[in-house]
Design a protein around this ligand. Structure first.
Ligand code: F6R
Length: 259
């Protein structure tokens, strides 16, 4: 795991966009996309590179991490709608190349297992963009999720519903249930890119990165993956015990190594 402490959220976004751009320019790519606020700056950066520098997503497929249960695809807060409005609808993904879970599926288990098959058939995820919840969730794998879990239905914690209430008119409108890729599913992506910014994430980042690998902190599952880049700003890094070590190592890293 590589922990990279960057000055501001804007530098976090540029660094993440650099990694994604390199991969996308290399050829056909499968991206795993997170929603929520944290990756928005990265998506804006990618949209700008598409418009200014000809970065094309026409050879890229995308799979969303999760979806609210009970929101129709057309609902403005469904993750289908959000990702289209914030990113994929503003660049040149081909029609049908952005995939998400159907939160209205009658049979959630069948939906989940079809989604897993679909990811496999696409060749697996090259780069998975991740945010982290204040309770340490990854995707919507809430505390005590199995570190080997697969895509399935989960119940959101009160904390996550409170955190996400800002996207709805009232916390009671935040769905109780979600479909989410499991931690085992996420760990199959070839490169995991965790983005975290702001003080509110500092405790969760420290637990995930420096704490024990434990289901109480689902993001600690990252420690089991061979290729993880954790991009954090100073505020999100503020509770890391070994900040100086991470900064020193990154500062002396040979440029050719990349992330
Ligand atoms: C969203 C997702 C969640 C968010 C997390 C952080 O698709 O999977 O794990 O990444 O809740 O959300 P923000 O970035 O809004 O703080």
């Amino acid at each position: 795991m590589e922990i990279i402490i960057l000055a501001t959220p804007a530098v976090v976004a540029r660094t993440a966009a650099d990694v994604i751009e390199q991969q996308v320019r290399r050829g056909p790519t499968v991206l795993g996309l997170a929603t929520g606020s944290t990756p928005l700056h990265t998506y804006l950066e990618l949209i700008e590179r598409h418009r200014e520098d000809g970065l094309s997503f026409s050879q890229t497929q995308a799979f969303l991490l999760d979806e609210y249960v009970g929101l129709p695809t057309a609902h403005p807060q469904s993750y289908h709608s959000v990702i289209r409005a914030e990113f994929t609808g503003k660049v040149d993904f081909r029609p049908g190349s952005v995939h998400g879970l159907n939160g209205m599926a009658d049979n959630a288990e069948a939906e989940a297992s079809e989604y897993e098959s679909h990811i496999l058939a696409a060749g697996g995820v090259d780069i998975q963009i991740l945010g982290i919840g204040t309770d340490g969730h990854l995707g919507f794998n809430e505390p005590m999720s199995s570190l080997s879990s697969r895509t399935r239905i989960k119940t959101l914690t009160h904390q996550t519903r409170q955190d996400n209430a800002r996207f709805f008119t009232h916390v009671d409108e935040v769905p109780n249930h979600v479909l989410t890729q499991g931690l085992g599913t996420i760990r199959e992506a070839r490169h995991l890119l965790l983005l975290a910014t702001g003080n509110a994430k500092a405790e969760a980042v420290a637990a995930a990165v420096e704490g024990p690998v434990a289901a109480i902190c689902p993001a600690s599952a990252l420690q089991l993956h061979p290729h993880v880049s954790v991009l954090v700003d100073e505020a999100a890094a503020s509770q890391l015990a070994h900040r100086e070590y991470y900064s020193d190592t990154y500062g002396r890293k040979p440029a050719w190594q990349g992330l």
